[in-house]
Design a protein around this ligand. Structure first.
Ligand code: NAP
Length: 484
């Protein structure tokens, strides 16, 4: 298969927070990889901004180092790195101050695509938006990219939306959820709506249940103080898992265009039943030997914040009435593995008589570590000895299936940044979607706070608390194994 890289229009991308962790780990390495792929046009420029005083040369040295650390060795081409670094410049600006803005204005052009990436704390969105507007830096067609967390609850999300709306219209605002940038997540739409095979079965009549798992092996480590105010519900469920659920559950949009897709996702969130207390399990990892527990990592010995969550959701509409969605995410679990599994019902009648341990069809969509899909189908066990059935996986690893191209699957950030430049908002969250997700999450979180709910302890390296297993067993179902 021949690689197809379609160059984007010339652009100026200004990265506020250009010296931060996200910029060094994801944004700049991602841009370098797009440069290497030939997607950055000749006159595309990147202008980094942060408070620290630094020359262009010093900034380029910082990013040279970041590329050395965060780009695979195979992609580190000395000449290409130097050519890429020439596209970068740096302006010292305090988002809340008045200096540096004239320099930024001089450094940016108004006759190319203009994008401003707010890779800074959300408290700075307002001051940045105001200054970009009042100083006449942002042109009418410019794009604003904002990072998670988009709010802490419904009220703060509304306030952030209102702040941005003072200076920019919704069509200019790109709210990043990097899960939506993953190749597999987009493939989910391709598989659902590009084939005749699945969509007729994609409903409560044929689907027994759906599982969405995002498991991490790391703890909250260095970001304990931030995480302790957030927890798995705010950090993972309200945004990433909710977005995955929307893509699985939504109706086919009339077109693959941003508003058509986002309208359908919004309808899913609005169709969610309120969650009952016995449909959620919260967990917190415990200290084991020398390994610190969550409370040590968070430096809060009395913390009631959850590092694990499992829940059952119901989408109350014609398509899904009666098919539960089980969501689970946690830290310090036994493996780093994220997948969506669509578990189909058994055939209504077995012509082969009773079969032990039949497990039925499952379409598993793997998001990490390796992106791909597996369809579990039933076949006859080979050899003589009667009609015994076994399940085998039909496996499709994207990297293998797509040959050279597969090995070159762009990272989520690369794709999303290029979509910003192209002006395609399909994979970004709209303001009303974010607010609807908070409107769903808020009462659940409030309920825990009012009840003084205590998370269930679990050991690091396991699948989470026992109570999460019970949540499934009660419904005569079980979680899929968490494995890489
Ligand atoms: P970080 O490492 O703390 O970097 C913050 C950046 O903002 C630095 O470049 C800092 O540089 C700059 N900054 C701070 N105050 C400023 C001000 N008043 N004016 C101008 N620049 C200022 O944070 P990060 O991890 O990169 O995260 C950035 C944003 O992305 C946050 O909203 C975070 O929640 C979100 N995010 C991060 C990740 C991640 O993996 N890191 C993942 C998802 C979302 P100076 O101190 O020199 O000003």
């Amino acid at each position: 298969m021949v690689s197809r890289v379609i160059p984007v229009d010339p652009f100026d991308l200004v990265i506020f927070g250009g010296t931060g962790d996200l910029a060094r780990r994801k944004i700049l390495p991602g841009l370098y990889r797009r440069f290497l792929a030939g997607q950055m046009p000749e006159d595309a420029r990147v202008i980094a901004a942060a408070r620290s005083e630094m020359s262009d040369a010093e900034y380029r040295a910082m990013i040279r180092e970041a590329i050395g650390e965060f780009v695979s060795k195979a992609r580190q081409d000395k000449k290409a790195i130097e050519a890429f670094l020439k596209r970068l410049s740096y302006v010292a600006i305090d988002a809340t101050g008045e200096d540096g803005w004239d320099r930024l204005k001089q450094a940016t052009r108004r006759d190319v695509v203009q994008a401003f990436y707010f890779s800074v704390a959300p408290a700075l969105f307002g001051p940045l938006a105001e200054r970009l507007h009042n100083r006449g830096i942002a042109c009418e067609t410019c794009r604003i990219v904002v990072e998670k967390p988009f709010g802490h609850d419904l009220a703060s999300a509304k306030a952030l939306n209102a702040t941005l709306a003072e200076h920019f219209h919704e069509g200019q605002i790109y709210r990043i959820d990097h899960y939506l940038g993953k190749e597999t997540v987009q493939n989910l739409m391709a598989v659902r709506f590009g084939n005749m095979l699945f969509e007729p079965l994609w409903n409560a009549q044929y689907v027994d249940h759906i599982q969405i798992t995002v498991a991490e092996t790391v703890g909250v480590g260095g970001r304990g103080a931030y995480y302790d105010k957030s927890g798995a519900m705010r950090d993972m469920v309200q945004n990433h898992l909710m977005q995955l659920l929307c893509l699985i559950a939504m109706e086919p949009p009339a077109h693959f265009d941003p508003d058509a897709v986002r309208d359908e996702k919004l309808k899913v969130i609005r169709a969610l039943d309120p969650v009952l207390p016995d449909e959620i399990v919260r967990g917190q990892y415990q200290a084991r030997g020398k390994d610190p527990g969550y409370r040590e990592d968070a430096e809060n010995p009395a913390s009631l914040t959850e590092s694990f969550i499992a829940l059952r959701l119901h989408v109350s509409n014609w398509r899904w009435k009666g098919t539960p969605f089980y969501l689970r995410t946690g830290k310090k679990l036994k493996a780093r593995a994220s997948e969506i599994a669509v578990v189909f019902k058994d055939p209504p009648h077995s012509i082969f008589g009773p079969q032990e341990n039949r497990r039925g069809n499952v379409l598993a969509i793997k998001l990490q570590p390796n992106e791909g899909m597996t369809l579990r189908v039933t076949i006859k066990e080979p050899g003589p000895g009667g009609m015994r059935l076994v399940e085998v996986p039909l496996d499709m690893s994207f990297a293998e299936a797509l040959g050279e191209n597969g090995a070159d699957i762009p990272d989520a950030y690369e794709r999303l940044i290029m979509d910003v430049i192209r002006g395609n908002q399909t994979l970004f969250m709209r303001g009303d979607e974010v607010e609807a997700a908070w409107a769903w999450a808020d009462p659940v979180i409030r309920g825990w706070e009012e009840r003084g709910d205590r998370p269930c302890p679990y050991d690091a390296g396991t699948t989470g608390p026992e109570e999460a297993q019970i949540l499934m067993h009660r419904d005569a179902r079980r979680w899929r194994e968490i494995r890489e």
